[in-house]
Design a protein around this ligand. Structure first.
Ligand code: SF4
Length: 78
């Protein structure tokens, strides 16, 4: 995050209370060089709140669910 676009930004920006705030935060993330690492960090630690790696809380829940289902599907078909 020290190399990310959010360096020097107010942390509150990435913990918005509404959809408009989420969109504002995502605009900062959109061309960040650390997007993938940031997203994977939040997913690995199951961070529920805030915008990480350009993804909202809802988007991260969907990614985790899709990954869980993919693992389950692989186990069934193995
Ligand atoms: S992706 Fe967003 S929250 Fe993550 S380091 Fe970059 S600017 Fe910061």
């Amino acid at each position: 995050m020290a190399e990310g676009n959010c360096a020097g930004q107010a942390p509150d920006l990435f913990f918005p209370s509404d959809g408009v705030g989420v969109q504002v935060a995502k605009k900062v993330c959109i061309d960040c060089p650390s997007t993938n690492a940031c997203l994977e960090y939040a997913l690995a630690l199951r961070i529920e709140h805030g915008v990480w790696g350009g993804c909202s809380e809802r988007q991260r829940r969907r990614i985790l669910k899709a990954r869980r289902l993919a693992v389950q599907s692989e186990a069934v078909h193995a």
